[in-house]
Structure formats: structure tokens, C-alpha cells
Design a protein around this ligand. Sequence first.
Ligand code: GAF
Length: 376
Amino acid sequence: MSAADVFRQRYGTEPAGLWAAPGRVNLIGEHTDYNEGYVLPFALPQRTIAAVGPAPAGEWTVCSTFADEPVSFGVTEPGEVSGWAGYVAGIVWSLRDAGFEVPGARIAIDSDVPLGSGLSSSAALESSVLTALIDLGGLDVPLERRPALAQRAENVYVGAPTGILDQSASIRCQEGRALFLDCRTYEIDQIPFDLAAEGLAILVINSNAPHQHVDGEYGARRKSCEEAAHILGVPALRDVTPDDLAEALAKLDDDVMRRRVRHIVTEDQRVLDTVELLRAGRTRDIGPLLTASHASMRDDFEITVPQVDIAVESALAAGAYGARMTGGGFGGCVLALIDTARADETVAAVEAAYAEATFTAPTCWIATAGPGATRL
Ligand code: GAF
């Protein structure tokens, strides 16, 4: 059933409109967002659809194709609505907290963004509802301000200490482009990213190893980075350049913290190098940067798991130009840059490696760069 069908069935009327917001694949730049660095995501064709219609002021109801019962709420404070509906209540709260008069609404949700796979299903939900409520209420919220409003819903209302990557990708990405985002200034550059024209593809390998943010590991990485910036006397690790790295590392006593810093500083540079290569039309040459990013996440940031390491190794052994885990880590998805002609072979190699390791089989598909949040 579609979001519109669920809306009609649940509320007995037509929705005022449909709004869509995508999940994302981050091409490179992991955990750099909350260090005020650089990221380079593209939007997936998979998206969350919100069918939305008006309701009396101060009343919101949300239902979905994946939950049995609708959830109704009025004006709430952070954390009052929990579970998936908390992301919706968080958006209402965040808009209101920023001074906007949010219209009451009935909402029905459907999504084909894989849940808990590091592809930003929560940002897709937030961004679809945010865009719908802004349009429905005729609110004057410029596009560049929207990701931070959605991020606040997640940080303050839901309580997940994430950065601005996912909401920016869902809201600001464009079809056929990768979004080069400076997470300090929110400046963007839309980098042409049409791999099919070059006979190339991004193969996404969902490790099917579950992935969670609201657990302590993500927060622990963030805390360690912030403490390191404090010790180094910089506003954020983005301010440490590769040239300063050796000197910065020498000032830190803790080996774990040193490795966290090294990941962030080298990862920011890899994003910049990737952007330069893409701008120069040298797409194949980004492969080694992707693979180096994975090694850094595995060895320095320690956020990979055996399932994603095996996916990277087997894709590379099958001839991928480069491969890395994408997203927050501890499971989720791997992306591999491959010749389109070798897709079947690469998938077979990854599946065989999983079978040999007796892991649950992965799910693989070719990802293309889709549009950002929009009214349909
Ligand atoms: C998750 C977070 F939500 C993002 O903000 C980002 O930190 C990412 O992990 C890692 O790059 O998706």
C-alpha cells in the first residue's frame, strides 16, 4: 500500500499532497560532519513518502505502512513521543522551537529506504515531514536552513548526537550530482556525478549487519573528537590540517584519541582530493581514496565490523577500483566503485565470501544519484 492509500484508509479523505525525501549514500567523508569538516553524499532513489493533510491547530497524527497503530500528539517536549513517531514529533517541535507556526496535520508515511542500514532512513523521514509541514503551512524557511532544523529534531528531541550530513543530503542533494558540503559554513557545491556515462557504477552492498546510532559508540567517537579539539586548542578538528597533524598528535597522550584525530584529519583531506579528481573528470582515480578511507575507519576510528570489512576486501579482490563502508558504522552498507560490466561478477564474489564466512547474505544493488526532498 502506498502512503496515499494509507492516508485515505486511515483518515477517510484525500491528502493535500505528497512529499518525498531520499536516503543517502555518503561517497566519502565519514564522521567529519560533527568535526565541522567536509562530506560528499549523494541521494538515493529510495525515499520516504509523506502523504499529508490538514488537521486542527495543535494536533498531529501520524500513521505508516510499517506500524499498526497511528500515533497522535499535541504540543510536546523533547522525548515525549518515542519510537519512529518521535522523529515526526521532533520535526514539529524543532520548527515550533525556531518560532514557526506549524500547522496541525494528518500524516501517512511509506518508505523504501532500508531501515537501520546506514542509508539515513531517519533523515529521510525527518526531511519528508519537514518539507511537507513547511509547504502546508506556507512557512518561510530557506532550503539552506532546513537541514539544521531536522538535525535538531534528531539531536534534541530523539536524543541521537548525529551531525548534519544525513539531513543535508536528504534535503539539498540533486539528481545526477554529489553534494560537496562544508559542514562549518554549510556552503555547498553540486558535483556532477553521472557514472553510467563513464561505464562506471557504485555498487551498494548492504552487509545486513544491524546498525544503530543511539547507542554509545557513535557518541563516544564524537566525545573523543571534541575532547581532542579542546586539548589542541582548536574550535574543531577541521582546523587541524595534514601539515599540522604530526605536531597535533605529539600533543595527545592517549593513543586511541590520537587515532581518532588521525582519521578525521586524513578523511577531510580525502574528501577534498576526491572532489578535485571528480571535477577533473578522473572518477576511476578516486578508488584508492575510498579504500584508504575504509582502512582509516577500520584501524583508526574503529567503526567497522567483519561483515563490512569482508565486503570491501572481496569487492576489491573482484576488481573494484575502491570500496569503503558508508555511514555511521558498526554495520550498514559498503559502496564499491566498479566497472558496470563487472557488477554481476563483483556481487557473486561478495556473496561467496559471505557464504564462506557463514554471514547472513548481503543485499546488493547499483545506486544512482537521485533528487533531494521535494513535493511530488
Ligand atoms: C551518521 C550520522 F547521522 C551522520 O551525522 C554522520 O556523522 C555519519 O553517521 C558518519 O559520517 O549517519
